[in-house]
Design a protein around this ligand. Structure first.
Ligand code: ZN
Length: 141
């Protein structure tokens, strides 16, 4: 992931969003700039994004606050096993993605967890991750 920065340039405006997994065990708050209605939300066709239904935004780490759920979150890791795809261990919602420590600059957050989200109103940015991430093979054959 080094050198890869999917964050759009911030603007003078921001929006704040409460988010939770389906069962509510995981709750977090996200501040976005540009605000969500202007934010290019990533819709990627790679193996993990398509399976998890990720629609991703990239708040600075300081603008992502995990209110509760650290104890129930589980990780899915693959390839280099550095990146933590974090999902609720109770309900299975794919919540967010954390980059390797120390001090990752941003968190990849699934806007599908946001309260009141209307996917049809998002400014979607398509990414052809299937092409640049290489061939996908399940680990269990
Ligand atoms: Zn849950």
């Amino acid at each position: 992931m080094s050198g890869y920065n999917p964050q759009p340039p911030p603007t003078n405006e921001s929006s704040v969003h409460k988010a939770n997994c389906h069962c509510g065990a995981v709750r977090f708050t996200v501040t976005l700039s540009p605000p969500l209605h202007e934010y290019p939300v990533m819709n990627c066709n790679c193996s993990i994004c398509s399976r998890n239904g990720y629609l991703l935004v990239y708040p600075d780490t300081k603008d992502f606050v995990l209110e509760r759920g650290e104890d129930v979150l589980k990780d899915h890791r693959f390839n280099s096993r550095q990146v933590r795809h974090r999902f609720c261990g109770q309900c299975g919602s794919s919540c967010f993605v954390q980059l390797p420590d120390p001090d990752p600059p941003f968190v990849c957050v699934n806007v599908r967890m946001f309260e009141g989200i209307d996917v049809d109103k998002l400014k979607i940015r398509k990414e052809d991750g299937r092409s640049w991430k290489g061939e996908y093979k399940p680990e269990f054959n």
